[in-house]
Ligand binder design. Sequence first.
Ligand code: GLU
Length: 300
Amino acid sequence: MAKKKPAGYVGRFAPSPTGPLHFGSLLAATASYLEATTNSGQWLLRIEDIDAPRASPDAEQYIIEALESYGFEWHGNVRFQSREIDRHLALVDKLLTDGFAYPCSCSRQDLANVPRGPLGRIYPGTCRRGCEGGDVAIRIRTNALPIAFHDVLQGRQEQLLEPESGDFVIRRRDGLIAYHLAVVADDFAQRVTHVVRGIDLLDSTPRQIYLQQLLGYPAPEYAHIPIGTNPSGEKLGKSTGAAAIATEEVRPTLVAALMALGQKPPAELAECRLDAIWSWARENWNMGVLTGQTNLPMPR
Ligand code: GLU
């Protein structure tokens, strides 16, 4: 039985509405939900629709309805990240004023030949000392100090932001707020204390922790669960064409999600009522079995 966390647990599920809910997102939803509920916590639903050109209102609706059909119950109203833009922009201004961020006028083309690091292109710092106006992106000035944190499932993590990620964008040239800033701003605004999400975001966490440090925010506790891969070893997601999960006969899919998360439901559980499946899941939930696991091979 997992150790109980202190009172005041606030967890969340924060899908980007770029497609329907697939099995990989169901795993993140299920794990974060069971962690929150078994710790007498709140579980929030936040739709991360800041990337307007990629977000789709149909997908938003579909995700909310799919979660409802699986019996997830979130605390309060669904939060739509796109409605928080003024607050995000104020944080960008604050980071600029404090000297932690700077405008960058480099175009995609200017950066086409810069070397890539493990997390993508490493910005060479061209605009660190000022740039010519026009449409600018805003970047965070990184440094050589390591950012370390303890992940509940994956253990100690450390990253050197300057050489590994480089100065990263918090507001794009087209004016859109970038994911790292939005997620940090909203986790703080919603008083999230525990983040349970897919391991594909483990590498992003040091940049988010750095932003929390610059803004004076406490860091939530992080647990990155292994994510599903298809038989070719690719992450189950929209880009690999993962199918939308069933929303009519949901019970076998929910039981399959519990099994994929290392739980051991009895064979007949899939025939029980949905609330009985959730009761079994709450009584038997043990996220600890996922410790150190990074990959969950999924049946075809
Ligand atoms: N919106 C992100 C995604 O769907 C997840 C953000 C998070 O959980 O921190 O990949």
